[in-house]
Design a binder for this molecule. Structure first.
Ligand code: NAP
Length: 287
């Protein structure tokens, strides 16, 4: 029997690269990894042509406009890629009887919660990136509600690309002291753990569409995460806690990013690693 095809958009991003690593260990599927040049997801015609040619049974959308600060002054592009494109992918999935796993973000919330955020909690983005991602998950669900899974995640890092962990390692080598915000609470997500969760959904015998939350387990601030990195790499750099007000950025960040993972854990029988485990595995890969 011919292998079913899994299309992974944004295949060279952090999550896309982790899926590439996993794919090598799961040869039961035929994977097609695309990037911005081979499949620009905001081009509806190219999306439709791609689906007609490759006939994927699954589409995992890892492509996104992820420059959170730049999005504030580049709203149209952010909305085309994060807002419209997931709708095109969902519509193409519907036409070709494929399933979509679309990745979204905790930035759809305003960060004013005091308890871990559930999938049903009211959304209220406080920056352009969050608003564009909310539009994308809504369009994807509207266009193919019966075959779309939206996974909201947060604080993603990996050995690939640019992220907090790699930035901290670099700064801790370059400087005697650094300042890190201590008033944003969340749980980091090691992209390899999220990639494994996605494959668990693909291979699970019972597909259940809908919105789900996923991050690693635990709760920390960015400052505490920086301390954990410092300890594990044996750095002597001083890490000072600062409030977000002392680190102004074009886009506001939510103060609270903790996600309640009960639904994805129960629906797809996931065992979610603690953030410490994810960090240690990632650091071992970075070497
Ligand atoms: N990173 C985080 O902290 C975080 C947190 C919450 C949710 N998320 C979500 O998680 C998902 C994966 O994020 P990530 O960290 O893996 O992001 P990433 O490393 O920035 O990767 C995104 C990929 O999408 C590609 N891309 C951008 N525009 C595209 C387009 N028009 N068509 C096709 N590909 C395009 C990018 O290519 P170029 O490099 O060429 O631009 C990049 O390879 C995204 O949906 C993101 O919104 C991320």
């Amino acid at each position: 029997m011919a292998k079913i095809t899994i299309l992974v958009t944004g295949g060279n991003g952090q999550l896309g690269r982790e899926l590439q690593m996993l794919a090598a260990r799961h040869p039961a599927y035929n994977y097609v990894f695309t990037d911005r040049s081979t499949l620009p997801i905001e081009d509806e015609q190219q999306v439709n042509a791609f689906f007609a040619t490759h006939r994927p049974a699954w589409c995992i959308n890892c492509a996104a406009y992820t420059a959170v600060d730049k999005a504030e002054s580049d709203k149209a592009a952010a909305f085309r890629i994060n807002g419209d494109a997931p709708g095109y992918l969902a519509a193409a999935c519907k036409k070709h009887d494929a399933k979509l796993i679309h990745i979204s973000t905790d930035y759809v919330f305003d960060g004013n919660s005091a308890v871990p955020l559930k999938e049903t909690d009211p959304t209220c983005p406080i920056n352009v990136y969050g608003a564009s991602k909310l539009a994308g998950e809504q369009k994807a669900m509207e266009n193919n509600p019966g075959a779309t899974v939206v996974i909201r995640t947060a604080w993603v890092y990996s050995e690939f690309g640019n992220n907090f962990v790699k930035t901290m390692i670099r700064l801790m080598k370059e400087r005697p002291a650094i300042n890190v915000v201590d008033d944003q609470l969340g749980s980091p997500t090691y992209a390899a753990d999220l990639a494994a969760a996605i494959l668990q959904i693909v291979t699970h015998p019972h597909f259940a569409p809908g919105i789900y939350h996923y991050s690693n387990e635990g709760r920390i601030t960015w400052y505490q995460f920086a301390l954990a990195i410092r300890e594990r790499i044996g750095s002597t750099c001083t890490v000072n806690p600062i409030p977000s007000s002392q680190f102004p950025t074009p886009a506001k960040r939510p103060h609270y990013s903790l996600l309640d993972k009960t639904l994805i854990r129960n629906t797809y029988q996931l065992t979610i690693p603690a953030w410490e485990t994810g960090l240690e595995t990632c650091l071992a890969h970075i070497g």
